[in-house]
Design a protein around this ligand. Sequence first.
Ligand code: NDP
Length: 293
Amino acid sequence: MQLLDGKFVSEKIKQDIAVEAADFLSETGRKPHLVAILVGNDGGSETYVASKMKNCEKVGFQSSLIRYDLTATEEELLGKVREINQDPGVDGLIVQLPLPKHIDPEKVTEAIDHRKDVDGFHPVNLGRMMRNLPCFIPATPYGIMLMLEAYQIDTTGKHCVVVGRSNIVGSPMSILMARNATPGNCTVSLTHSRTANLKDMTLQGDIIIAAIGKKNFITADMVKPGAIVIDVGMNRETSTQTKSGYKLYGDVDFNNVAPISSWITPVPGGVGLMTIIGLLKNTLASAKKEIYK
Ligand code: NDP
């Protein structure tokens, strides 16, 4: 078993991003700028946004966090999104999900100018990705592709079984793995909660990508020996043993799956760190107008 080490790869890519950000600053007199909107104070969301902001600073980006409390209205939020859309000093805008129930995430996602949609959730970016056109690729799938690329994992002709079909991870992941590109060129099975005999499917996977949201869901008996296993899961549990007061678990039973896999991502230290890289790369590409002129 070999580790797909998100810490190692993300640090290396961050160094390259920092060099490009410094060049951008000397050419334009400003830093690439990411704005995040956070509604409420959900523990997980607070942690993820704080980490995104901190990493922006590390690579020499400007970052701004706009906070709303849980009573914020949909109209208030949409108004702010429209205002930021018009601001030439902002390159990327993300609205941290989940949103409170009275705010429709689809409306908010579609309100973001697709040219600033560095999370890659807007239908224009998803549609362009589907057609293999330049676009912002959703940050988590993008990070996974960068990880596979960094380790030169040969994916061509492999059977990739994606477990989970969310709009932000599983579905775009399945499209990327099936694309005529490197990494890519897989035969893909996209599975979900209604899949019959899930274990029969996962056992066929040369590559398994687990994005379910259930701690240790993929067990060793579901994995073909030698498979490449990518664990997207971030399941938080309170813990008295950590400084932060919680512990993260993946969707894969790492201790038992790792010995039979060829490559595997740890949690933490795997996909989560690469997601931030996806976001930083999209923000830089937006600032440099590499995707949309
Ligand atoms: P969603 O809840 O949106 O989607 C979960 C998917 O898993 C759904 O498609 C669901 O199927 C499927 N599923 C649920 N139960 C089963 C089951 N018993 N058998 C097969 N499939 C099942 O989650 P996300 O995609 O947003 O996130 C998944 C995980 O990844 C979470 O732990 C999340 O925290 C983490 N995550 C990590 C990120 C990172 O940076 N590392 C970024 C984003 C998410 P159905 O559609 O039928 O309901």
